[in-house]
Design a protein around this ligand. Structure first.
Ligand code: FNR
Length: 349
């Protein structure tokens, strides 16, 4: 299977594959209504930053694509939206353009359309350090995402089968990388054990990429994958992964992603300890179906609602939201208790 063909199939199949079957666990998480907020919507600030660059909103358009003509146009439109709203954007895996420089422009277009924005490079956590460095340089990136996608590789007939030495490779990349490194799952979630290992290797930013949204086992199975629909429920839900990382109590930044679909999802993630949220699949679907105007409308509505949830919770900014009480119920609370994490920590602060 040629890599470029795979990218095209991912876009097509992701458009038709629903989220799940398991949920993010965020439905178990509740914020409290604040009846006396003493706030004006105008003064709600969702300013954020990544490295030394400022962002108007703590939202990353997460890694999607590159390496085809269609991908080039998608990346252009996403970059235009990120420039307009002051959002961060990650490109899809750049391996294809390192193997065939003819595809570089499907990635560099993001920088062309958003010269001063926060742009994030993307490559596998199993990459060699030279490849990682080249991915950063290709788009003058502000940060580098290293993606971890073991289940997806194993589901693909043509995927990797050996992951020995992976942590050492990460450490070697962190050592030479001129920008912050983000460890990113792609829909299966990080456990606190994995986070601690990656922290030891030097990683300081974690993107949960949890279960409940885009499901790459289901997508690969529709491409003739090896799992035959039996392992679709594999993964750590986003709410749980977020709590697992927060409970590590390490000085790290957290991006909550995987099934973030609404302003309420995002606000809950911030209250659980996220510094940013990432969204991938829905933005692609809206763009492909409705064009840039539809995507513009969706982002605009999402950001309005996010500010509304902040106001309804009585939070003026991100730091305030990160201190708000949260109630964690149901299976998510059960999971946390089983792992020795007290779900009441959030409720009683
Ligand atoms: C992805 N994702 C992804 N991630 C990554 O690190 N490198 C990549 O090249 C890709 N490619 C890609 C293609 C398509 C079509 C989709 C839908 C997704 C994964 C993505 O960044 C994200 O981690 C997951 O999709 C989970 O987030 P959502 O989609 O549930 O918001």
């Amino acid at each position: 299977m040629i890599r470029g063909q795979r990218k095209i199939e991912h876009i097509r199949i992701a458009g038709k594959t629903p989220d799940g079957p398991r949920s993010t666990g965020l439905e178990d998480v509740r914020l409290l209504n604040c009846s006396l907020p003493e706030l004006d919507m105008e003064e709600i600030s969702l300013n954020s930053s990544l490295g030394d660059k400022k962002l108007q909103f703590p939202l990353v358009v997460n890694a999607l694509t590159g390496g085809s003509k269609e991908a080039r146009n998608i990346n252009r439109d996403l970059a235009i939206m990120c420039r307009q709203y002051g959002l961060a954007m990650a490109v899809g895996s750049q391996t294809i353009a390192l193997e065939d420089p003819g595809w570089k422009d499907s990635f560099t277009i993001v920088r062309d359309y958003n010269p001063n924005g926060v742009v994030i490079a993307n490559i596998s956590g199993t990459a060699e350090r030279e490849a990682a460095r080249a991915a950063v340089d290709m788009i003058a990136a502000d940060a580098l995402q290293l993606h971890f996608n073991v289940p997806q590789e194993l589901a693909m007939p043509e995927g990797d089968r050996c992951f020995k030495g992976i942590l050492e490779k990460v450490a070697r990349i962190v050592e030479i990388c001129p920008v912050p490194v983000i460890a990113k799952e792609v829909g299966f979630g990080f456990s606190r054990e994995s986070v601690r290992q990656l922290y030891q290797a030097g990683v300081r930013i974690f993107d949960t990429g949890g279960q409940g949204g885009t499901n790459f086992i289901a997508i690969e199975d529709k491409r003739g994958g090896m799992f035959g629909g039996e392992l679709d429920a594999w993964g750590i839900p986003t709410a749980v992964s977020l709590a697992e990382i927060a409970a590590c109590d390490l000085p790290v930044s957290i991006i909550a992603s995987g099934g973030i679909r609404s302003a309420a999802d995002a606000a809950k993630a911030f209250a659980m300890g996220a510094d940013m949220v990432g969204i991938a699949g829905p933005l692609l679907r809206i763009l492909v179906r409705g064009g840039i105007e539809e995507l513009d409308r969706w982002i605009n509505d999402f950001l309005y609602r996010l500010k509304a949830v902040f106001l309804m919770s009585g939070a003026r900014n991100l730091a305030a939201m990160q201190g708000k009480p949260l109630i964690i119920l149901g299976q998510t609370a059960e999971w946390l208790r089983a792992r020795g994490i007290d779900p009441h920590l959030w409720a009683q602060r």
